[in-house]
Design a protein around this ligand. Structure first.
Ligand SMILES: [Zn+2]
Length: 280
């Protein structure tokens, strides 16, 4: 399957490598080094795609421990992650991988795809695949890609307690992983409380952010959501929410929908927030 990955250029030196299952990994190419933010599901090997775009030394980082962001970690010698997300990573490795594969297969078949899996996919090998070596990130850590091009690590507990955003001081793009998007999933056992998340989001005020590239979007979002998400969290209440069940695990929670009435410059109508009632 030649076209399994779709390489979407975002700026001159930034690519979003999007894959079936609707998740992207972001490649930032600096003067002397490159950085890959997340690795995707790992049903196929993302490494040759990265190496077709750059031959510079590569630093690989994860925004959090979920398998759709860490699945291809196994193709790299070492990967940086927030140690607070080890538990999410292990939980997904041990318990979630069979469910993830089954759901991916179901969606691809329902969509009438002849090739559900990449040609060389081996399900048992995929279950076993693991990160060779983790290096632990610290909050505020700077990665220099050369010529003063810095990428800063920002710990913001939310979607998971170890969720980490990366800010590119050259392009002024924020890479939030799953931790800032129009759909914000906060109902996991290892999600932070809504109150903690809202407070921690305030950290972003000091960055000159000009665009946001969430992992599950194919395009750059405006910064409007930075201001609007805390307001949506303010409006959220149990009365205005409905019961929600995770489509893969059936785990119950609540879903709040904030209508945007055409306000969003990104052309998106609703903010969706899932959460647990004991972590508001
Ligand atoms: Zn996630």
């Amino acid at each position: 399957m030649q076209d399994y990955y779709k390489v979407i250029p975002m700026t001159e030196n930034i690519y979003h490598i999007f894959e079936p299952g609707d998740v992207g990994s972001s490649l930032i190419i600096g003067k002397d080094k490159a950085m890959l933010i997340d690795t995707g599901f790992g049903f196929a090997n993302i490494r040759p795609v990265v190496e077709s775009l750059t031959d510079l030394p590569l630093t690989v980082v994860n925004t959090h421990g979920h398998t759709d962001h860490t699945g291809a970690n196994c193709f790299f010698d070492r990967v940086w992650m927030n140690p607070m997300d080890q538990e999410s990573y292990e939980d997904y490795q041990i318990h979630q991988k069979p469910l993830i594969a089954a759901r991916f297969e179901g969606i691809r078949k329902a969509a009438g795809k002849k090739n559900v899996w990449p040609d060389d996919f081996d399900r048992m090998a995929w279950y076993e695949a693991d990160t060779k070596e983790f290096c632990w990130l610290s909050d505020g850590q700077m990665f220099d890609l050369g010529g003063g091009h810095q990428i800063e690590t920002i710990f913001i507990p939310g979607h998971t307690v170890g969720s980490t955003m990366f800010f590119d001081w050259k392009s002024h793009i924020l890479f939030p992983g799953d931790n800032l998007d129009y759909s914000l999933w906060m109902h996991f056992d290892m999600s932070a409380s809504l109150t903690t998340y809202k407070k921690e989001l305030g950290q972003l005020d000091k960055y000159p952010i000009e665009g946001i590239l969430p992992a599950h979007k194919k395009r750059l979002l405006s910064t409007w959501l930075l201001k609007r998400m805390p307001e949506a969290l303010e409006h959220l209440s149990l009365e205005k929410s409905r019961r929600f069940f995770h489509p893969r695990t059936g785990q119950p929670g609540f879903l709040y929908k904030e209508p945007l009435n055409g306000e969003s410059p990104d052309g998106i109508d609703t903010i969706y927030i899932t959460y647990q009632s004991d972590k508001m």
